[in-house]
Design a protein around this ligand. Structure first.
Ligand SMILES: [Zn+2]
Ligand SMILES: [Zn+2]
Length: 348
């Protein structure tokens, strides 16, 4: 089969690789869509995968095309895939909090992922998608789940004013989910004008450019003088984390989500905000995938209910053969993009 295989940092090759062998607890998926995540850009150009060569790609969906005897009922079903394979033994796994697993495997970073024609995945990781949801949308179940998980950490209540720092893919998904969950006002802050324009086009009227206006003042100006009930850091930069502390109201909740790009130093003035306003700070990581809290099933339900407006978020589509072009665009941003996706034409 064809795949985009990472041989070293900066050395992504479109090449022939063997179709993976199917293990007894697995099904084969013909991948139809696989999104490029911010973390993939870092892996390809800076950090690398855990060993080489590795096929990156952890946001994907496709059709089950080969199964072991006994699993024939799964053939032809469309599924997204929870990319984490937990050890099943550690304390976190014992309580079903697999994202906290002490010894996990991962499609697309620790083992081969989805920038390929086929992938063999564990049945346990399958998230089935009903008819009517395209594979492209299903491939966004991962970022949708991450957004849902972050929102559930915040405990968004009906009518809450929510400010999100960072209007990238996850920031926009957070905004859509917050709106769908009954938040009153949803405010997006980003220093990138193009991102704010895009957010406005999605129907988010409260957009603030921190280079021009102070986001905390802006929230108050649209919220009857009150700060935000919930502030979410979705950029991974210190200025956004500080922005959250200033924008949150007294007793407000702050959720820290963005992967930090460098040290997250905050000023003494911002630190006082935590104390004086008795802010609740909460970190969020990945998503929950168990019978009690399953952000993935919720993500699919939110897609069905059109809480997420995914069509507009997929701004670019490439075939695997064009992986170099796709990743150059992702890195250089010489064109505005939100979600870049690899799409596979009908397979054999
Ligand atoms: Zn991702
Ligand atoms: Zn574990």
């Amino acid at each position: 089969m064809k795949a985009c295989n990472l041989h070293a940092v900066g050395d992504l090759r479109y090449e022939d690789v063997p179709v993976p062998a199917l293990l007894p607890d697995e099904v084969m998926i013909r991948i139809q869509a696989a999104g490029i995540c911010g973390s993939d850009i870092q892996r390809v150009f800076d950090k690398g995968t855990y060993h080489f060569p590795t096929i990156p790609g952890h946001e994907f969906a496709g059709v089950i095309c080969e199964v072991n005897p006994g699993d024939e009922a799964l053939l032809g079903k469309t599924a997204a895939v929870f990319p984490l394979i937990p050890c099943g033994k550690c304390a976190a796994c014992q309580i079903g909090e697999y994202a906290q697993c002490a010894d996990y495997d991962y499609y697309g970073s620790r083992r081969d992922g989805a920038f390929a024609e086929y992938i063999a995945v564990k049945k346990w990781n399958l998230v089935f998608v009903p008819d009517g949801i395209s594979a492209e949308h299903a491939a966004m179940a991962e970022p949708c789940s991450v957004a849902i998980h972050a929102l559930s950490q915040a405990g968004v209540n009906l009518g809450d004013t929510v400010i999100i720092f960072g209007a990238g893919t996850i920031g926009l998904l957070l905004a859509q989910a917050a709106r769908g969950w009954g938040a009153g006002k949803v405010v997006l802050s980003d220093p990138d004008t193009a991102k704010l324009d895009f957010a406005r086009n999605l129907g988010f009227q409260y957009c603030v450019d921190p280079k021009i206006s102070n986001p905390a003042e802006y929230v108050k100006s649209v919220n009857e003088g009150r700060g935000a009930d919930v502030a979410i850091e979705a950029a991974g930069v210190a200025a956004a984390a500080e922005g959250c502390l200033f924008a949150a109201r007294t007793f407000g909740r702050v959720v820290l989500m963005g992967n930090p790009v460098k040290n997250m130093d905050i000023s003494q003035k911002a630190y006082w905000e935590i104390l004086r306003k008795q802010l609740v700070l909460k970190g969020t990581w990945n998503s929950s995938y168990n019978d009690v809290q399953n952000d993935w099933k919720l993500a699919v339900q939110c897609m069905e209910k059109k809480v997420f407006d995914l069509s507009k978020l997929i701004t670019h589509r490439f075939e695997l053969a064009d992986c170099s072009r796709a990743f150059e665009l992702a890195r250089k941003r010489n064109e505005f993009w939100v979600k870049i996706m690899f799409v596979n034409k009908e397979g054999k």
